[in-house]
Design a protein around this ligand. Structure first.
Ligand SMILES: Cc1ncc(COP(=O)(O)O)c(C=O)c1O
Length: 486
């Protein structure tokens, strides 16, 4: 009789076999990453695979070997592609090989970081402290690791809403405290800010969209006038959101200008720095990032421009008491003890929505220790220089044009031979984007800049080489020629 039949559990019956297959998984991980450039960036998931992923729930289990083989056959070949050196779509980070191993270690310990007295929460505090240090942010700021920047933005704005309602929004809701709240940001804001406004019960129209200037930064005069006219009409402005690396073009707002307006009208200053926050590490962005430290809260990701595996974002809040007051809820079954496992002071769950949380901090702690900030600085700078390199390549062609200033690591451009209407240009460039994606040679995405359809390369890719951009350009030239002649 096996142990499993007397005591049903999910531990291996054959530990040595698990070890053997586990080693194979590590081999696969390392080889898969090492050879990634030899595979297509992306390929569609075939219909038979999609069909296989619609089977009824298995009543009976399979062997680990069988499940692993199935993973290799039907799952592994069809990734998003963002680990590939020629993936520059949306703002997807690449991750790292050791980062994947760190995830394994985190799951090995499998702590619940909602609270309690155990080392994972000290690791998270260390990572939050390092984040403050890397961003030169207030050393007393509170912080929380989140699933990503959407959640971090939501958390920051929830604190702002709480503060403006003088704490009443939690008990009485927005109808009585804040039905007229308004929040401001440029027309370059990421959609997660609108989602936050919706989820927080403010509604999308409470988010006042302020035009951006020719460098895609929020227009400060317009911002000020919008606040004044809202106050005159009985609205209650409570926050302004600045961009540290806007999603469309990588623009960095004038933080000092926003901070002055926020001080004048007693508004919360939140920065969405999903990827761009880490430009703070680069001496050549010292001027552009000036004033970041003036924000009341800043949201950013480590799975984007710190290249860590998904998911890991972070919110820092300059007012730790307000941050905690916006979320803390400690019923009797989550009570604090003076000693023992429940004795950790100020549980992470008191700083955000989630109670159960995984060990996100470990991959950050190990990655930052392994590489050191100097290495991140080098790779970040490489990405910026590669963006400028691509810009220069595009500018040298007759048929492509750059559509927005390359202020960071994002290049917006399009094919434009000069004799097509805007509608035709959109159709042509869409076809070009799809053909390149489907070829498996490279992936980039699209957006709209000042009303023009744009192809968009966002470079948060630690694996990209300069020759990857040469290949991108030659592919664009070749494919646009094919489309033009078809
Ligand atoms: C500027 C900006 N803000 C917020 C987000 C949302 O971050 P996440 O996808 O981690 O939720 C993104 C995502 O690309 C972004 O670019």
């Amino acid at each position: 009789m096996t142990q499993n039949s007397t005591n049903p559990n999910l531990d291996p019956e054959d530990w040595d076999q698990v070890k053997k297959i586990g080693y194979e998984m590590i081999d696969l991980l390392v080889e898969y990453h090492k050879s990634v450039a030899e595979r297509p960036v992306w390929q569609p998931t075939p219909q038979d695979v999609k069909d296989m992923l619609q089977e009824p729930v298995p009543e009976k289990g399979s062997s680990l070997r069988e499940v692993f083989e199935e993973f290799k056959t039907i799952i592994l070949p069809y990734p998003t592609g963002n680990i590939h050196p020629r993936f520059w779509g949306w703002v997807h980070g690449t991750g790292t090989t050791t980062g994947a191993l760190f995830e394994l270690l985190a799951a090995t310990m499998n702590p619940n970081t909602g609270g309690r007295e155990h080392v994972a929460n000290y690791v998270e505090r260390q990572v939050v402290a390092w984040s403050r240090e890397m961003l030169s942010f207030d050393p007393n700021a509170s912080g929380l690791l989140t699933s990503g920047c959407s959640m971090a933005n939501l958390t920051g704005l929830a604190v702002a809403r709480h503060v403006k309602s003088e704490g009443k929004v939690r008990s009485d809701g927005l109808i009585q405290n804040g039905s007229k709240f308004t929040v401001y940001g440029s027309d370059q804001l990421h959609s997660s800010i609108q989602k936050a406004a919706e989820v927080l019960g403010l509604g999308a129209t409470a988010l006042r969209i302020i035009p951006s200037n020719d460098r895609y930064q929020i227009d400060l005069d317009f911002l000020k006038n919008a606040i004044i006219s809202d106050i005159e009409e009985g609205f209650v402005p409570f926050a302004v959101v600045g961009n540290a690396g806007s999603v469309n073009t990588g623009a960095i707002d004038d933080f000092e200008g926003i901070a002055n307006i926020c001080t004048q009208y007693e508004l919360w200053f939140h920065i969405d720095g999903a990827f761009g926050a880490f430009a703070k590490l680069l001496p050549e962005y010292e001027g552009a990032m000036q004033g970041l430290e003036l924000a009341d809260s800043i949201a950013f990701d480590m799975h984007k421009w710190m290249y860590m595996p998904y998911e890991i974002g972070c919110i820092l809040v300059k007012h730790p008491d307000a941050h905690r007051a916006a979320f803390t809820l400690r019923p009797e079954y989550l009570s604090q003890e003076v000693r023992g496992l429940a004795s950790f002071d100020k549980w992470p769950t008191e700083y955000g929505v989630e109670l159960s949380r995984g060990f996100r901090a470990l991959k950050a702690w190990m990655s930052i220790k392994e590489h050191g900030v100097a290495k991140y600085r080098e790779v970040l700078l490489k990405n910026v220089h590669q963006a400028r390199y691509l810009e220069s390549l595009i500018e040298k062609t007759d048929q492509f044009e750059v559509l927005a200033p390359v202020s960071l690591n994002v290049v917006c451009f399009r094919y434009n031979p000069g004799n097509l209407s805007e509608k035709e240009l959109e159709e042509f460039n869409t076809e070009l984007l799809l053909r390149v994606q489907e070829s498996g040679i490279a992936v980039f995405s699209s957006t709209s800049v000042k009303g023009k359809y744009a192809l968009r390369v966002a470079n948060t890719n630690q694996r990209s080489t300069y020759s990857d951009f040469d290949l991108l350009l030659s592919t664009l030239i070749e494919f646009s020629g094919l489309i033009a002649s078809s």
